[in-house]
Design a protein around this ligand. Structure first.
Ligand code: UFG
Length: 332
């Protein structure tokens, strides 16, 4: 298949590109490189630099290539930042996706796997979180992803675009080959921050909140290895090619949680560095516990995790960070 990967130069998108190439697909990456890195796009994937906010730029990709399906990772994804700049989040995540869907419709490309998020749920009603729970995002980021899920529903009904929306929980880890991994600037996610401290990039780390109603007072998250997350995308892509395929939404997590302090303990063991920890006030907007129910994905998609261990997640990330202490492009 010829697959278009929007945001394929980013952390998760680049792992998808690697998996698609390994499976013999032909890959076009469309990325603005605002956040993505040229070095993350493994050959022979072809990079087209462009912005989804430009209908002409994304339209040209469909004119130039015969695309069979789209994986769409391109978005702004920081919860806190989205509260400060909702206009940018709506424009990039919602308008940008609408431009993509319009271009798909015009070109007759009718299959898309969309990166959604646990942030669509807001503060969960029950743990583990099933797909039927109420969606009440507490940030413009979550709202922007939910708006796209709804747009997809109507574009399916009117134009026949079939979609699978995947609601990610906490994605971490890196490709076992060690060539690509998580490289954000600024970095806000716990595991890369902890590993950055182990590398001596910072003095230590702050844990936001020690007074939650959890096993040790720190927040609990469902960490999923990026390789398993991408396996689910490939399953979704194949499912969309089955006869009579229907649009669907699935959670992607493992159905278990680790506290922030457990993450630090595991990282200390793997890195053999005594990472300094300081307890700090809660970070606004953090739900105390987020754990997925992955049952629907297991049942319907055939999701079958291969890397479900904190050790596998953190050690693969550590391998990447140790070999790329200044990120993928070795910024000074
Ligand atoms: N944390 C710290 N110290 C840090 C960084 C993070 O204690 O320096 C804590 C956070 O407060 C949180 C946990 O580590 O309790 C995980 O935080 P991350 O920023 O790594 O991830 P989030 O759970 O905030 O974010 C994830 C996804 C988002 C999604 C969000 C939904 O990455 O895309 O869940 O709430 F929107």
């Amino acid at each position: 298949m010829e697959v278009l990967v929007c945001g394929g130069a980013g952390y998760i998108g680049s792992h998808a590109v690697a998996a698609l190439l390994e499976q013999g697909h032909s890959v076009i990456v469309f990325d603005s490189l605002e956040k993505g890195k040229r070095a993350a796009v493994l050959p022979p994937a072809q990079l087209v630099v462009g912005d989804l906010r430009s209908p002409a730029e994304i339209g040209k990709v469909f004119a130039d290539h015969k695309i069979d399906a789209v994986l769409h990772f391109a978005a702004y994804s920081l919860v806190g930042q989205s509260v400060e700049t909702p206009a940018e989040y709506y424009r990039n995540n919602v308008t940008g996706t609408q431009n993509l869907l319009d271009a798909m419709r015009d070109a007759g490309v009718l299959r898309i796997v969309f990166s959604s998020t646990a942030a669509v749920y807001g503060e969960p009603e029950h743990i583990p979180i099933t797909e039927e729970q109420k969606t009440e995002p507490t940030s413009p980021y979550g709202e922007s992803k939910l708006a796209v899920e709804k747009m997809l529903k109507w574009y399916d009904r009117a134009y026949g675009i079939k979609y699978i929306a995947l609601r990610y929980f906490n994605v971490a880890g890196a490709h076992p080959g060690g060539k690509i991994g998580e490289d954000h600037n600024p970095e806000t996610h716990l595991i890369p921050i902890v590993l950055g401290a182990a590398l001596g990039k910072t003095d230590g780390i702050k844990i936001f909140g020690g007074d939650y109603d959890t096993k040790d007072g720190s927040c609990v998250r469902d960490y999923i290895h990026v390789m398993d997350l991408i396996d689910a995308h490939i399953l979704a892509l194949n499912k969309l090619h089955e006869a009579g395929a229907a649009s669907q939404t699935y959670n992607l997590g493992y159905g278990r949680g680790f506290s922030n302090l457990e993450i630090v303990q595991a990282a200390k063991k793997i890195t053999e560095v005594d990472i300094k920890v300081e307890m700090a006030p809660r970070r606004p907007g953090d739900p105390s516990v987020l754990i997925a129910s992955p049952e629907k994905a297991i049942r319907e998609l055939g999701f079958s995790p291969r890397y479900d261990s904190l050790e596998a997640i953190i050690s693969s990330a550590w391998k990447f960070h140790k070999t790329h202490p200044n990120g993928l492009e070795g910024n000074p």
